[in-house]
Design a protein around this ligand. Structure first.
Ligand code: FPP
Length: 244
């Protein structure tokens, strides 16, 4: 069966968040340096991003680097940055192929702290794919959910200072419009592999009604079958949004 047909009769999450966890343990189990786990994890990212688009997911966001991850050893931080570089270079090389797939690439987070060359590549990748509408793949880098809310509050405070908005008129929509994810619906489903059951400052505002799916599989081992399981599990949840 074609991937596009697989889930045509079930309710798909409009936005899936993925916490790519377990790379370090995957490497350790094999006696490899941690960055080899991230390298393998980056391959899984490519596979799952493409697959999600094929089955009809409209928005998917991957947590690649949190605002707390700078505390890791420089060698590991550099290795993750290098993987982002390689992905961005590849996205440029394969522009035609990507165009056919209809994938829009977005980066969310405070990108100002990233190396200059990566920031340039991000701008190019976003520009090249901005017209694509099949699936928006967002990559969260130097991202923190609270930091994102602080940014939104600052933006709105600035508008209030200029007299463009009155404090009593501020709505949830005004805040949403100032998040990195402006224009992308709330997360319906958050997937976290590797056995951890935490949100870890990911999509804090956007996950208030999200369903959570946990699995013990480590991210580098996570397959399209594992993704299917999460999607089917989601389809069977009874979502009431505070109602009965
Ligand atoms: C968490 O696992 C994973 C990360 C902090 C890095 C994730 C980054 C990638 C998969 C590469 C991103 C590249 C692209 C192209 C998107 P961990 O290291 O905390 O695992 P552990 O808990 O087993 O130590």
């Amino acid at each position: 069966m074609a991937n596009s047909e697989k889930f045509k009769d079930i309710v798909l999450p409009r936005h899936v968040g993925v916490i790519m966890d377990g790379n370090g343990r995957w490497a350790k189990k094999r006696g490899l340096p941690r960055y080899e786990g991230h390298r393998e994890g980056a391959k899984t990212f490519r596979r799952i991003a493409e697959y999600a688009s094929e089955i009809g997911i409209k928005n998917i966001t991957f947590y690649a680097f949190s605002s707390e991850n700078w505390k890791r050893p420089p060698q590991e931080v550099n290795a993750i940055m290098q993987l982002l570089r390689e992905y961005l270079d590849e996205a440029e090389r394969r522009q035609k192929e990507n165009e056919e797939k209809g994938i829009r690439i977005r980066f969310i987070g405070d990108l100002s702290r990233l190396p200059e060359d990566i920031r340039k590549k991000i701008e190019e990748a976003q520009k090249l794919s901005e017209e694509k509408t099949k699936c928006t793949v967002s990559i969260a880098v130097n991202y923190g959910g609270r930091q994102e809310i602080v940014k939104a509050v600052r933006d709105i405070a600035e508008k209030a200072r200029k007299g463009e908005i009155k404090p009593e008129d501020i709505t949830e929509a005004d805040i949403e419009n100032c998040l990195y994810t402006a224009g992308i619906p709330d997360a319906d489903l958050i997937i976290r592999p590797s056995g951890e059951k935490r949100l870890s400052n990911f999509l804090t505002w956007q996950s208030v009604y999200a369903e959570f799916y946990y699995t013990d599989v480590l991210w580098p081992d996570f397959t399209t079958d594992d993704f299917d399981k999460a999607i089917l599990d989601f389809a069977n949840r009874d979502r009431r949004f505070g109602g009965v």
